[in-house]
Design a protein around this ligand. Structure first.
Ligand SMILES: [Zn+2]
Length: 268
């Protein structure tokens, strides 16, 4: 009997041990399958991080840096004061008043006005004497030379030492620089290269008359002084072929017509 009991006990012990072994094996499988979801969770965490990185990347275009198609400036922080190596030591801005890039037109301004207009007429000109009846000769100008004053849109908009060039400064640019009429990416204008090899580009932004901006492809740039024979005005004028600087340009350029302005600063 003892032997039989011993065999039974042994058999029970073996079957229990076998069952436990099986249980362990079975138990291991769920553990393995539990780990897999953890891996999946990690993946979700990884993909969740990406949109955060994207948000940071999309934040950059909020302040886009405009890049010029012309290679005339040291960097993209316009306006620059460009030293052309002129005898006076005067530096010219790389951009028109109202423009953010050298090739942008910027604004057109009647002489002594600070705002752009849809049309440029004698009777919507700030300094026209409306009581006179004759538009040709009657104006109430506050100053003869507006450079650096409250009537100088270049000085008001650009600040600091920036101001509208006077006739001598404009003449110096024309007489000391090489004039080329060039077109880059559909934008035409005058490239003036100074004695030291540096250049500025003046877009052919047209001028302002009763129709607003007219004759794009020609350039019309004003100066700080009146000529004394109102209603005419000094203009640097250019098109594809010639560049002139004189009083009225022989075309009856009126002081109340809109012109581009390129600011200057410094000088000896
Ligand atoms: Zn510049």
């Amino acid at each position: 009997m003892k032997n039989i009991l011993t065999i039974i006990v042994l058999a029970l012990l073996m079957s229990t041990a076998y069952a436990q072994t099986n249980k362990r094996v079975v138990a291991k499988k769920p553990q393995t399958s539990v780990r897999k979801p953890q891996t999946t969770v990690r993946k979700t965490t990884t993909t969740a991080r990406k949109p955060v990185a994207r948000k940071t990347a999309t934040a950059k275009p909020a302040a886009p840096v405009k890049k010029s198609k012309l290679d005339l400036c040291p960097d993209n922080k316009h306006p620059h004061a460009i030293d052309l190596g002129l005898p006076s030591g005067i530096c010219w801005s790389c951009c028109n008043v109202g423009a953010e890039l050298p090739e942008e037109f910027g604004g057109l301004y009647a002489w002594g006005e600070l705002k752009e207009k849809r049309s440029f007429l004698f009777n919507n000109y700030k300094y026209y004497d409306s009581g006179s009846g004759d538009h040709s000769w009657n104006y109430n100008f506050p100053v003869w030379d507006l450079a650096g004053t409250e009537y100088d849109v270049a000085h008001v908009q650009c600040g600091g030492e920036w101001e509208t060039p006077n006739p001598n400064t404009m003449k110096e640019l024309k007489e000391n620089c090489i004039f080329e009429y060039i077109t880059i990416d559909g934008i035409s204008g005058a490239k003036f290269t100074g004695p030291n090899g540096n250049s500025i580009f003046l877009p052919a932004a047209g001028y302002g008359n009763s129709k607003g901006r007219d004759l794009v492809g020609t350039g019309s740039y004003t100066v700080s002084r009146r000529g004394g024979m109102e209603p005419y005005a000094w203009r640097l004028f250019f098109n594809n072929g010639r560049c002139t600087f004189d009083y009225t340009n022989g075309l009856g350029i009126y002081v109340y017509w809109g012109a581009s302005i390129r600011a200057i600063k410094g000088g000896l």
